[in-house]
Design a binder for this molecule. Structure first.
Ligand code: SF4
Length: 439
C-alpha cells in the first residue's frame, strides 16, 4: 500500500511543509507501508514562475515574485469557483499519478489552499483514488468533499479500520524533510519549520483562536535536537504562536551547540527581560512580536497581559543584543478610537530605533474567539455571516463606539506610511518572516 501526502497550492513557496513531514514520520513508524510527501505548492510555483527562480536571490526578486504571483493565485481560484481547471492542473495531476498512490491525503494550512485542493479532490474522485483531508484551514465547504481527519492519531485509526493494517506505537516522531527538493524553494538557504509545543500555554488573547482551546503540550527537547541534526539544515523557524521564557532558555541550551540560526514568535512581556543575550548566543536572530497596540486600554481589552512601557523595554533589550524585531500591530480592535490608533503610531515612532519591520493588519472577527462569543463586552452590537462558495463564511459586525469597520479601513490606508516608515528591512519580509534570520 502507498499513501501520498500532499501540500497543495497556493501559499508562499519559501519553506518545506511541516504538517505532512510530521504525519509521514508518524505513519511510517505505525505501519509497514510506503508513504511519500509531495509539496505540490512548491512544484506549482517553481514551474509557473520559472523566471523568478532563475534569478539570484534578493529582496527585489521576492518582491517581484509577490507582485506577479498574487494575481495568478486569484485568477486560478476564480477558475476553480467557475468549475474550470486551474493552471498546470494536468502537470500537478501527473505528479500525483506517477506515484500510483492507493490513498491521497491533503494538508490544508492556509485558506488559500482550499481552491486548488477542491479541483484535485474532484478529479481524483473521478479516477477512483480515495482522498482524505486535514489541517486548520479545512472549513465546512471543503469538509463535505472528502473524509476529514483531525490528527495523526485519527489517521492511524482510519488506516487500521479501513485497510486492515496492524499498528505499532511510534517511538520517536521526527518530521521527515527528505522527500523535498531544496531547489523547489524560493529562499537563499533552507529554513526548516518546527514546533516546540502544541497549542498556546497563555490562551488569553480575546481575538485569538489559533490554539483552538486545545491542551498545551511540549515536544521533547531531545526530539527537536534530533530533528535538526537529521535534517542536515542549519536554519530553523519555530512556528509556535508563543513560547514561554522557561522553554526559550531550555531551547537555547540545546540549540547553542548545534550552531543554528532561529526565528520565533513571542508576546512582549517583561518576564523576557534579561534573557536576550543567552538567546542570541544560541542562534536566535529574529523575533516576531505580538505587540498589537500602543494603547493600554486596548491591550487590556485584548487580554494581552502586556504593558506599553514594558514592551518598549523588551524591544530595546532585544535590539541591543542584535536580534531583529518584527512587530505586529492590529488596527481597529472593537471600540478602538482614532486617538487610540494614534497611540499605536506614537508608540512605533518612539521605538523607531528598536523596530526592524512592522506588519499591520485590520482586526478580523474570528468565530470562536472571546470577542465573537461575548460581543456585548466588546461593544459589538450586531454580527452578520455571509456564506461563500469555497471559503468559510465572511463575518462582518457593527460597533456601538470607536471607529466603524469602514473608518478602520480608511485610517489603516491613511496611516500605513506612518507605521512602515520605521522599517529597516524591506517590507516583503513580512511574507517571508523566517528568512530575516538570513539577512
Ligand atoms: S495571540 Fe498568541 S499568545 Fe495570545 S492566545 Fe493567541 S497564540 Fe496565545
Amino acid at each position: 500500500m502507498k499513501i501520498l501526502l500532499i501540500y497543495p497550492p497556493f501559499c508562499s513557496p519559501s519553506s518545506m511543509p511541516h504538517s505532512i513531514s510530521y504525519i509521514k514520520s508518524y505513519l511510517s513508524q505505525s505501519f509497514d507501508i510506503k508513504i511519500k510527501c509531495l509539496d505540490l505548492n512548491a512544484k506549482f510555483n517553481k514551474s509557473r514562475f520559472k523566471e523568478i527562480y532563475s534569478q539570484k536571490y534578493s529582496s527585489e526578486v521576492l518582491t517581484e515574485f509577490d507582485k506577479i504571483s498574487r494575481p495568478v493565485y486569484a485568477h486560478n481560484n476564480k477558475l476553480v469557483i467557475q468549475k474550470k481547471s486551474p493552471e498546470l492542473f494536468e502537470e500537478m495531476l501527473t505528479l500525483i499519478k506517477k506515484e500510483s498512490p492507493d490513498l491521497v491525503a491533503f494538508s490544508l494550512v492556509y485558506n488559500s489552499q482550499c481552491f486548488y485542493t477542491q479541483a484535485l479532490i474532484e478529479e481524483l474522485k473521478r479516477l477512483n483514488i480515495p482522498t482524505l483531508i486535514g489541517g486548520p484551514a479545512v472549513n465546512h465547504n471543503i469538509y463535505n468533499l472528502s473524509t476529514f481527519l483531525v490528527d495523526e492519531h485519527q489517521f492511524a485509526e482510519y488506516l487500521e479500520k479501513n485497510f486492515n493494517l496492524t499498528r505499532t506505537i511510534p517511538k520517536e516522531v521526527i518530521p521527515d524533510f527528505s522527500d523535498y527538493n531544496p531547489n523547489d524553494y524560493l529562499t537563499k538557504e533552507i529554513v526548516i519549520p518546527l514546533r516546540t509545543s502544541h497549542s498556546c500555554y497563555y490562551k488569553q488573547c480575546s481575538f485569538c483562536t489559533h490554539h483552538q482551546s486545545q491542551n498545551y503540550r511540549e515536544v521533547p527537547l531531545e526530539l527537536i535536537k534530533k530533528t535538526i541534526i537529521k535534517s542536515g539544515y542549519k536554519n530553523v523557524s519555530f512556528f509556535d504562536d508563543m513560547i514561554s521564557k522557561k522553554r526559550l532558555l531550555e531551547l537555547a541550551e540545546i540549540l547553542k551547540p548545534l550552531k543554528v540560526k532561529w526565528w520565533c514568535q513571542l508576546r512582549p512581556s517583561k518576564e523576557l527581560l534579561g534573557s536576550f543575550k543567552i538567546l542570541y548566543d544560541s542562534g536566535l536572530r529574529s523575533i516576531s512580536w505580538g505587540v498589537e497596540s500602543g494603547n493600554q486600554r486596548i491591550l487590556d481589552l485584548m487580554c494581552k497581559g502586556t504593558n506599553v512601557e514594558d514592551i518598549s523595554k523588551v524591544l530595546k533589550e532585544s535590539h541591543e543584543v542584535k536580534i531583529k524585531n518584527l512587530v505586529f500591530i492590529i488596527i481597529g480592535f472593537p471600540t478602538e478610537t482614532k486617538e487610540e490608533l494614534m497611540d499605536s503610531i506614537h508608540f512605533v515612532e518612539k521605538n523607531f530605533n528598536y523596530i526592524d519591520l512592522i506588519s499591520t493588519s485590520r482586526f478580523g472577527l474570528q468565530r470562536g474567539s472571546k470577542v465573537f462569543l461575548n460581543p456585548k463586552e466588546y461593544g459589538i452590537t450586531e454580527i452578520k455571516e455571509k456564506s461563500r462558495t469555497i471559503l468559510d463564511d465572511q463575518i462582518t459586525y457593527k460597533v456601538k463606539s470607536g471607529m466603524t469597520p469602514e473608518e478602520v479601513k480608511k485610517y489603516h490606508h491613511r496611516y500605513l506610511r506612518s507605521f512602515v516608515k520605521v522599517n529597516k528591512i524591506p517590507k516583503i519580509y513580512n511574507y517571508f518572516k523566517e528568512q530575516t534570520i538570513l539577512l
